[in-house]
Unconditional design. Sequence first.
Length: 131
Amino acid sequence: DRKVTHLPEQVLTVADEAMRESAVLLMTLDTAATHYTTGKIISYIKAGRPILFFGPKNSPAAQIILNNRIGWVIDTSEPSRLNVVLAEIQAHLKSKTPFQFDPNIGELKNYSIEKCGAQMHALLQKLTATH
């Protein structure tokens, strides 16, 4: 029984390349994910592709997408809006016109896995201190 402690670099490189080649990246979050930033958002930002987010609108990930103008945010309370946005994306892809976003590049440079990890560490410290 071989235990894997981390993915090999070549696997991560393939994943990064696949994200950069995608037209749109889909990100979903559980409705309870409102107190921390998932590392997935950092990878998505790095890929430089528009993000279609379906999850809690008040989550840090949703706020990053909205504040930095890098995609669409659909709250889990509005599932019918997902169909509307998907139809818009499909029409854009069929017309072969580029998506029009105005990303806040200066602000996006502030996001990193290290900062995300520090935020998670602080949250875990807070949780363990109260129990």
